[in-house]
Write a protein that binds this ligand. Structure first.
Ligand code: 2AM
Ligand code: CA
Length: 277
């Protein structure tokens, strides 16, 4: 820190390094891992010692990188009571990891107050480490990235996540899915929201939508895709996509049309989501 200003480029480099070290641990464990290591946090909600140890390593490293910072993490919780807060998913795509299926990633965002200012998503299987600093663009493995320039929904590849334990809007979800099956080039479900967001950021997907996610799933990826030129909304068309449990992201060109389609099924219905209090 100099004159109260964070040196975000230096911090970002150190976070990337930490994500590689922790990623090395996760990949080493993948081969030893078996079903007796899995614990259930709730219906369809899986966790293992790998998630927990990865989180411990990250928190220790991040607090060294920025002493006095707070943490909000998937396994250990936390809050936003400090000036700077790390929002961490130590293993995004746990179900994939357990089944030894790519993709899964480490997702780390740095917030100033409630605003993300830096993000790193390290996808460990294909060794693609995405990063962004607010106002400075987005990168993969150090190379600048941007969203696709596709303007036709009919030629767009769309990513989504299926509802996994809150089925309050299941019918609306299926109706939207059906429409998109007919009006787009196709739909994909990768199983790691942070990676979905980064794939929109680098132009592999034109759009991504999902509900029921938490800030640690989306915060780093949302900054990365925004810095790559993408547009983001919640399902109601507002800006509460980090904390509001629904997110739509597009390459920008398709945003209006895509939001109109989402709105047909979801507008005014988000209160039916059981996990939204
Ligand atoms: P996770 O692997 O860290 O849990 C997939 O749709 C996205 O939803 C992933 O980012 C995944 O993150 C998140 N998610 C959260 N809880 C989940 C669950 N119980 N089952 C599947 N995905 C879950
Ligand atoms: Ca996780």
């Amino acid at each position: 820190m100099r004159n109260g200003q964070l040196k975000l480029d230096v911090i970002c480099k150190e976070v990337i390094e930490l994500s590689h070290e922790t990623g090395h641990f996760i990949l080493k464990e993948k081969d030893k891992f078996n079903s007796s290591d899995i614990r259930k946090k709730g219906f369809n909600d899986l966790v293992s010692y790998v998630d927990k140890n990865s989180e411990k390593k990250l928190i220790k490293g991040l607090q060294k990188i920025l002493p006095g910072s707070g943490v909000l993490a998937e396994e250990g919780g936390g809050s936003f009571d400090k000036k700077y807060t790390w929002v961490i998913d130590p293993l995004d795509g746990t179900t994939n990891f357990i089944h030894k299926l790519p993709c899964f990633a480490i997702s780390i965002a740095l917030f100033e107050g409630k605003t993300p200012i830096a993000g790193v998503v390290n996808e460990l299987n294909f060794k693609e480490c995405f990063s962004a600093i607010k106002g400075k663009g987005a990168k993969v493995n150090g190379r600048k990235i941007k969203v696709s320039s596709q303007k036709k929904l009919g030629d767009a590849l769309i990513a989504t996540g299926f509802p996994y334990n809150d089925f309050g809007l299941q019918n609306e979800y299926m109706e939207l899915f059906k429409e998109l099956m007919h009006t787009t080039q196709g739909l994909r479900r990768i199983g790691s929201a942070s990676v979905d967001l980064c794939y929109v950021a680098m132009g592999r997907f034109e759009a991504f939508y999902e509900y029921g996610l938490k800030p640690w799933d989306v915060s780093a990826g949302a900054l990365i895709v925004k810095e790559a030129g993408g547009r983001l909304s919640d399902f109601d068309g507002g800006n509460d996509y980090l904390f509001g449990k629904s997110i739509v992201v597009t390459n920008g060109y398709l945003h209006k049309a895509f939001m109109q389609t989402v709105g047909k099924y979801f507008k005014g219905k988000m209160n039916k989501l059981q996990s939204v209090k």
